[in-house]
Write a protein that binds this ligand. Structure first.
Ligand code: CP3
Length: 348
């Protein structure tokens, strides 16, 4: 395997020694960049995901423009349900919509088994092209949604406020929920394994909606399936990151899934999390994305606080506590990235 020129992110995931804290930004390949919007004007979102040349170009944009220490493959978590046979529409201003949500055993039985090499070939091609384009400058992250987070979209049919349909499903027919979650865990594990084979250096599981469940339901309907995905991924040392938003009460449980890194949202305390976990995993996060609406001094002050909160030692990857917002000024992001690169040296 050819050697990465900048492997700070991978070393930090493994809690190995680094000269400075690596930084990348969740949803860094996207709408806040004018360079993304210029391409987006010409194509719809799913066409972009399904065109490997375009996906690779957008993946590399934030590395060139913002200076982040890792690239994340431009795609979406919902390509899995789409590939399993659910038509997906991305509506302007509304977000993703599945016009035929899954609400019954009959619906669920129609889900196809996923063969990533065939059904999601376009993502694997995007990985290969990204690898070529990056020429080992920084590591590449592949990702998927957690089975629970995918289930929320598949049952609700769209973004939801109260998750009434999917919660109704887990309380009325838990067997059906488990039947679908199990299929999704298999699909996600196969998908991440083939992405690793295609060349990604790490993978992240987005459990964006883990925090909407009760603590008991979280364990049964999300955590168990994250564990299943991780245990089934075929990998050769590539780190796994789990980002479960709003699940501060369960860091120990999340560490037991086999994750190498836990992503923290901005409501969590990095110092406390480090103390709780005692080195069981590395930590990623956790600046409030809205800090990027403030001026440069406020951004630097907040970045300083976060670096200090983790303190001396290894195993921190700087990131936001959730995805960057589309109306963020890219100049502010550049300021944050170069500040973290410089300021973090004293902690290593
Ligand atoms: O991190 C990256 O830059 C890689 C690309 C990426 C996208 N979606 C591109 C995208 C990643 C990692 C995702 C993950 C994703 N997708 C999640 C989990 C992470 C999170 O932020 O919570 C979820 C819940 C989705 C589902 C999804 N896709 C929603 C709800 C939406 C609409 C709202 C929104 O955030 O944009 C999308 C569309 C989407 N996915 C866009 C992009 C760049 C915008 C599409 C456009 O240009 O119109």
């Amino acid at each position: 395997m050819s050697k990465l020129q900048n492997d700070l992110f991978i070393r930090a995931c493994k809690q190995k020694s680094v000269e400075r804290t690596p930084i990348w930004i969740m949803r860094q390949a996207g709408r806040y960049l004018p360079e993304y919007r210029a391409i987006r004007e010409r194509y719809d979102f799913l066409t972009m995901c399904k065109s490997p040349e375009i996906a690779a170009e957008i993946t590399i944009q934030p590395v060139d423009i913002i200076g982040v220490d890792a690239a994340i493959i431009f795609s979406d978590i919902l390509v899995i349900p789409e590939a399993m046979g659910m038509p997906l529409e991305m509506l302007e201003g509304k977000g993703p919509v599945f016009p035929k949500p899954i609400r019954s055993w009959d619906d669920a039985k129609q889900l196809k088994e996923l063969t990533p090499e065939k059904d999601l070939k376009y993502v694997l091609e995007a990985v290969a092209l990204t690898k070529k384009g990056l020429d080992n400058r920084v590591p590449i992250i592949g990702f998927c949604g957690s089975p629970w987070t995918l289930l929320t979209y598949m049952v609700e049919g769209r973004s939801s406020k109260n998750f009434d349909n999917v919660k109704s499903l887990i309380y009325n027919d838990p067997k059906l929920a488990h039947f679908i979650l199990d299929k999704l865990a298999d699909a996600a594990a196969d998908y991440l394994s083939t992405k690793i084979e295609a060349g990604v250096n790490a993978v992240q599981i987005f459990d964006t909606w883990g925090g909407v469940l009760t603590q008991v339901a979280f364990k049964e309907f999300s955590l168990e399936y994250i564990s299943k995905v991780i245990s089934k991924i075929k990998r050769n040392g590539e780190p796994v990151i789990v980002f479960s938003k709003g699940v501060h009460y369960k860091l120990d449980g999340l560490a037991k899934t086999g994750a190498d890194v836990l992503g923290l949202d901005w409501t969590m305390d990095l110092h406390k999390a480090k103390k709780t976990l005692k080195g069981k995993t590395a930590l990623q996060g956790n600046m409030d994305p809205c800090i990027l609406y403030a001026d440069n001094d406020a951004i630097k002050k907040e970045a300083k606080k976060i670096l200090k909160s983790f303190g001396n030692g290894e195993g921190h990857i700087f990131n936001l506590g959730h995805g960057i917002l589309p109306d963020t000024d890219p100049e502010k992001v550049k300021t944050l990235v170069s500040f973290v690169k410089e300021e973090s040296k004293k902690y290593h």
